[in-house]
Design a binder for this molecule. Sequence first.
Ligand SMILES: O=C(CO)[C@H](O)[C@H](O)COP(=O)(O)O
Length: 250
Amino acid sequence: MSQPQPDPAKLAAARAAVALVQDGMKLGLGTGSTASVMVRELAARARAEGLSLRCAATSKATCELAESLGLSIESLDDIGWLDMTIDGADEVDPDLHLVKGGGGAHLREKIVAAASQRMVVIADPGKVVEQLGAFPLPVEVVQFGFETTRTLIRRALADLALGDRDVLHRLKGSDPWVTDEGNWILDLHLGAIPDPVALARALSAIPGVVEHGLFLGMCHLAIIGKPDGTVVRLDRNADIDADMLAGEGD
Ligand SMILES: O=C(CO)[C@H](O)[C@H](O)COP(=O)(O)O
């Protein structure tokens, strides 16, 4: 069955990231719609050029897609240290801090990114923000003591003057949304995250929290695709063009 044409901005970002791949590389493959476009582009390039690649996937969905396209997926521990991970993001700020986990894969995504020499993020202009937090922050939590963990998260938010925000259990239909690791997700509707470092520290200190979707200091390069097929590369602390900010560049 033929695939629908990918969004041109996502395609541009994906192609630019795949152009960074070299023969023999060990790669981490992200999750989400932008990462899926990248996996398709990568598979096509690997096939056309006979590239020898070793890949680890950040989700079961990405693993299935990559294998269906002929890419060989191995466990992260079998591959070891990766040269580069290419992944999407829900928000990218000027310091290249990220919110991730809209697709619920941020736990594996963070482990894979941490095992990579470089994390390259690919996104469309709608993901570029001045301040993180408009996108609900995903927090993966264990099922045991779920309400206790939610209460502890609410207390931590109040301590950071982020009280009275919705902390919503992510559902699939009427059932809890279950991650690849068998955990549940709370989405924190914060509106703005003035101090991502303090929030990350507070969330990580809560016992039932497995991992939150703040990726701080992990992304080395963000490639923002534009609808006209061009890309903008953002290094840390680069000035973000006003046109790139969320909502204006779509
Ligand atoms: O973090 C992620 C999944 O956990 C994705 O990278 C993020 O949600 C972006 O997805 P998309 O490219 O579909 O907008």
